[in-house]
Design a protein around this ligand. Structure first.
Ligand code: ADP
Ligand code: MG
Length: 710
C-alpha cells in the first residue's frame, strides 16, 4: 500500500535539508514555503512554494506562474500572516506585484524577513482544515474539519490517533457535522476520494517523520475534482513518543496470572497488617500452588513455614508479592532476580507517587530489572486476582468470589477492592489486575493478555492515564474484535501542559481525543462507574443481539413507552411479529390489551403469561432480543420460569423499578444470569450498545473475509 503513497527518499532528503536549515537558524517553526515543498514531494497539490528575494524576482515568478497571484510575508517571526497584514490576494499584473512587494518589505522592516512568497491565487473551494498535534497519552493525532465558521464557531472537527487507516479517514469525513456540504450541497460535491488520499498522505508523512510535532494545513480548498493546500505550517521537535513495544521483554504474562508458586515478602501473623491480609487472602481462597512466606522474624506465618530470605527457599519461585517498606524493596527485587523469579508484584506504596525520594527508589528498581528477565507489576497496587487459579493477592481482605468471565483492570487497588466487595454478589469476575504506578507492566500489557485468556469474555477498565498511546489503540483494536472492552476514563483536561502554538492544538481538548481514540479502537466508553458495570454485566451474562428488533414485555404501560423511546433514540426498533405469532399472542393476552409490542399486561402479568410471550418472541424472526419489565413485589415468582426458557441465543434484559428495595430477589435474578436494571431506559440503552458492538464486529469480519477473497 505505502509504496505509491510516499515517494521514499526524495521526500526524506528534502525534509532533512529543510530541517538542517531550520536547525542552523535555531527555528522549530517551518514556514509556509518549506512545508509546501515537503507536501509537494508527497504528491500533494499546493499553491506553490516559490520565494522572491527581490522585487525583480517577484515580478519574474509572477510572470511565469501567471496572474492573478498572491504575495505573502515569509518570516520566522510571523506565524499568523494575515493577522499581521502580510497576505495580499488577487494581484493582477506586474505593476501590482512590484508595488505590493515593496509595501510588504517596508511594513515588515523590523522583523526577520526571509523573502516574499509568490504563489498562484487558488480558485475558491470549500475550505477545510487538516492538522496534527501531539497528545500526552496517545501521541500524535490527526484532525480534520471544515474551515471558517465551522471550525471557529462550531468547532466542528474530528480526531484520530495516527497513523490512520482508510476506514479511519472515511469515518472522520463522515462524522463531522458539515459532511452534507461535502457530499453534495446544490450540486457542489467535493472530491471525497482525493480528500481521503490527502489525509492518508499526511498520516504517512508524520509517521515517516517523527520530528513533526504539529502541523496545520489551514485552509485546504476542496474542489469537485481534487484539492489544494493554500497555507501550511509545521512545528518540529524532538522525538519523544514512547517506544511502542517492550522489545526483548515483550514476553507472555501467563506466569503473572497462573503462577505455580508464590513467595510473599512481608507476610505476617499480625492481624490488620497488609502483609497479614495478602497472605490470608491466598490461604482463604485456597491457592493451589506452593506458598513461601518470607519473614525474618517468624518461623511460621499463618501456619506455613517461613523463610528469612528468598535465597533460602531452595526451590524455583514463579512469582513474588512484595509488601515490605519502599526502601527495602530494591534488595528484595535483587534477590528475586538472582533466583530467577519471573514476576514481582510490588504492592507497597511510597514510590514515584509520593515525590522525589520515592521516584529515586523506583528508578533503582527499574535499573535492577532491566538486566534480568523479571517483570514488575506496580508498585503501589493491590496485585492480581484470578478466580480460575484460586489466587487473591489483594491487600484488603476479600470474601468469597465466584469464578466468572469478567476481566477488570484498575489503576488503584482500593477502587478494585471497593468494586469487588459489592459487585461480587451480582457479578462473577475472572481476573482483576491492579496496575498502580506501572513502572514496567502497563494497562496495555494486561489488556493484551486478557484478550487472549479464554476465561475472560468481557473486559472492564478504569483508566486514569494511558502511557503506551498508540500501542494501546492497536491492542484494543485487536481485542475488541473478540471481546468487548468497556472503559471508564475521566476526561479532565491538562490544558496547561499543552503548547498552543498551532490551531490544531488549541482545538484538541483531551476529552475529544480520548473519545476519538476509543471510537477508533472499538472501545465502549462508559459515562461513570454505574454505566460501566451496567454494560459489563450484560455482556458477561447475555449473548449479543443479532438484530435490532426488540420485543418489550411489560406490566406497566409507561415503562414500556420509556423503553421504546430509548430504543429508538439508540437506533433500535420494536420488532414486528409474524401474523401467526400475533394470533397466538392475542390468545393469551387479556381482552383490553391493544398493542402487541410493547406487550403491555397492565398489572396482570404472571409467570406463565411471561413464558408464553417470550416463547412466541423466540420463534419470531424479527425479534433479536427482549426487555422485560417486571413487578418488584412479585419478582421471585418469575425466577424459575425464566430459567427454564430456551432463548435460542437471544438476549433478555430486565427492568425492575426501585429494585433497591427488593435486593434479595434481584440478587437471585442476577445470579441466575438475568441482568436487572432499575430503569427501562438503562435496559434499552445497554441493549443498543450490545447490538452496536456486535454490528461493528460482524462488519469487521465481513471486511476480513472480503479481503481474503480478493
Ligand atoms: P495565515 O493563516 O497565516 O493568516 P493564509 O496563508 O492562510 O495566512 O492566508 C489567509 C487567507 O487568505 C486564507 O485563509 C485564504 O482564504 C486566503 N489565501 C491565502 N493564500 C491564498 C491563495 N494562494 N489563493 C487564494 N486564497 C488564498
Ligand atoms: Mg492560514
Amino acid at each position: 500500500m505505502i509504496h505509491h503513497r510516499v515517494k521514499g527518499h526524495v521526500v526524506g532528503d528534502k525534509f532533512r535539508e529543510i530541517l538542517n536549515q531550520a536547525d542552523r537558524e535555531n527555528r522549530t517553526y517551518l514556514v509556509e514555503h518549506e512545508c509546501k515543498e515537503i507536501l509537494e514531494g508527497m504528491g500533494i497539490s499546493t499553491t506553490g512554494h516559490l520565494v522572491a528575494r527581490s522585487e525583480d524576482e517577484a515580478a519574474e515568478i509572477s510572470n511565469t506562474i501567471r496572474y492573478p497571484v498572491v504575495l505573502k510575508i515569509v518570516s520566522p517571526d510571523v506565524v499568523h500572516k494575515s493577522d499581521a497584514d502580510g497576505v495580499k490576494l488577487n494581484l493582477k499584473n506586474e505593476e501590482e506585484v512590484r508595488r505590493t512587494y515593496r509595501d510588504i518589505v517596508s511594513a515588515f522592516r523590523y522583523q526577520r524577513v526571509m523573502g516574499v512568497s509568490v504563489q498562484k491565487m487558488a480558485r475558491p473551494g470549500i475550505e477545510a482544515i487538516i492538522g496534527v498535534t501531539r497528545d500526552p497519552s496517545f501521541g500524535r493525532v490527526l484532525m480534520f474539519g471544515l474551515g471558517g465558521v465551522f471550525v471557529e464557531v462550531l468547532k466542528d472537527v474530528t480526531f484520530r490517533i495516527l497513523p490512520v487507516t482508510e476506514k479511519d479517514v472515511t469515518d472522520m469525513i463522515e462524522e463531522i457535522k458539515g459532511y452534507p456540504l461535502l457530499k453534495g450541497y446544490r450540486g457542489h460535491a467535493v472530491d471525497i476520494p482525493a480528500l481521503k488520499q490527502l489525509l492518508l498522505k499526511i498520516s504517512d508523512l508524520v509517521t515517516k517523520f517523527p520530528e513533526i510535532k504539529e502541523l496545520d494545513l489551514n485552509p485546504v480548498f476542496l474542489y469537485p475534482s481534487g484539492n489544494m493546500v493554500v497555507d501550511a505550517r509545521m512545528f518540529i521537535g524532538e522525538f519523544t513518543e514512547e517506544a511502542t513495544v517492550k522489545s526483548d521483554k515483550a514476553q507472555n504474562l501467563h506466569g503473572l496470572f497462573y503462577p505455580d508458586s508464590i513467595a510473599v515478602f512481608g507476610a505476617s501473623n499480625s492481624e490488620g497488617k497488609l502483609g497479614y491480609n495478602v497472605f490470608r487472602n491466598l490461604l482463604f481462597h485456597q491457592f493451589k500452588g506452593r506458598l513461601y512466606p518470607i519473614n525474618p522474624k517468624s518461623e511460621y506465618v499463618q501456619g506455613i513455614k517461613a523463610y528469612k530470605r528468598i535465597t533460602e527457599v531452595g526451590e524455583p519461585v514463579d512469582l513474588a508479592i512484595v509488601v515490605v517498606p519502599a526502601d527495602a524493596v530494591p534488595q528484595v527485587v535483587e534477590d528475586c532476580c538472582k533466583i530467577g523469579v519471573r514476576f514481582i508484584v510490588v504492592e507497597t506504596a511510597g514510590f514515584a507517587e509520593t515525590g522525589e525520594d520515592g521516584k529515586k527508589v523506583q528508578a533503582k528498581i527499574k535499573k535492577i530489572i532491566e538486566q534480568s528477565c523479571c517483570r514488575v507489576l506496580g508498585p503501589n497496587c493491590s496485585g492480581v486476582i484470578n478466580t480460575h487459579h484460586n489466587m487473591v493477592q489483594s491487600i484488603g481482605l476479600i470474601g468469597e468470589l465466584g469464578k466468572g468471565n469478567i476481566g477488570l483492570i484498575a489503576q488503584a487497588g482500593v477502587y478494585a477492592a471497593g468494586i469487588l466487595t459489592g459487585l461480587r454478589h451480582i457479578m462473577d469476575f475472572g481476573i482483576v489486575a491492579t496496575i498502580g504506578n506501572k513502572m514496567d507492566i502497563s494497562e496495555t500489557d494486561i489488556l493484551e493478555y486478557l484478550g487472549e485468556d479464554d476465561h475472560i469474555d468481557v473486559i472492564a477498565m478504569y483508566m486514569e492515564d494511558v502511557k503506551s498511546g498508540r500501542r494501546f489503540i492497536d491492542v484494543a483494536n485487536r481485542v475488541t474484535k473478540k471481546k468487548p472492552i468497556i472503559v471508564l476514563k475521566s476526561g479532565r483536561t491538562e490544558a496547561g501542559k499543552k503548547a498552543v502554538s498551532s490551531h490544531t492544538s488549541s482545538l484538541a481538548g483531551d476529552d475529544q481525543i480520548n473519545s476519538a481514540a476509543f471510537r477508533q479502537s472499538g472501545i465502549i466508553r462508559a459515562r461513570n462507574n454505574e454505566h460501566m458495570f451496567d454494560l459489563t454485566k450484560a455482556f458477561a451474562k447475555q449473548p449479543i443481539p443479532r438484530s435490532d428488533g426488540v420485543l418489550v414485555i411489560t406490566y406497566s404501560g409507561s415503562l414500556g413507552v420509556a423503553a421504546t423511546d430509548m430504543l429508538h433514540l439508540n437506533g433500535m426498533r420494536l420488532a414486528e411479529l409474524e401474523p401467526g405469532l400475533k394470533n397466538r399472542l392475542l390468545d393469551i393476552l387479556p381482552d383490553y390489551v391493544k398493542t402487541l409490542n410493547p406487550v403491555d399486561y397492565s398489572f396482570s402479568m404472571d409467570a406463565e403469561q411471561l413464558r408464553k410471550t417470550i416463547e412466541i418472541g423466540v420463534e419470531s424472526d424479527d425479534v433479536g432480543s427482549f426487555i422485560v419489565v417486571l413487578q418488584g413485589e412479585i419478582l421471585g415468582s418469575f425466577m424459575n420460569t425464566l430459567k427454564k426458557i430456551d432463548y435460542k441465543h437471544k438476549p433478555i434484559l430486565s427492568c425492575v423499578a426501585c429494585k433497591e428495595f427488593v435486593m434479595d430477589d434481584v440478587i437471585r435474578m442476577e445470579k441466575a444470569g438475568f441482568p436487572v436494571y432499575s430503569t427501562a431506559e438503562t435496559a434499552a440503552e445497554v441493549l443498543a450498545t450490545m447490538y452496536q458492538y456486535g454490528l461493528r464486529r460482524s462488519r469487521q469480519e465481513q471486511r476480513k473475509n472480503l479481503s481474503m477473497l480478493t
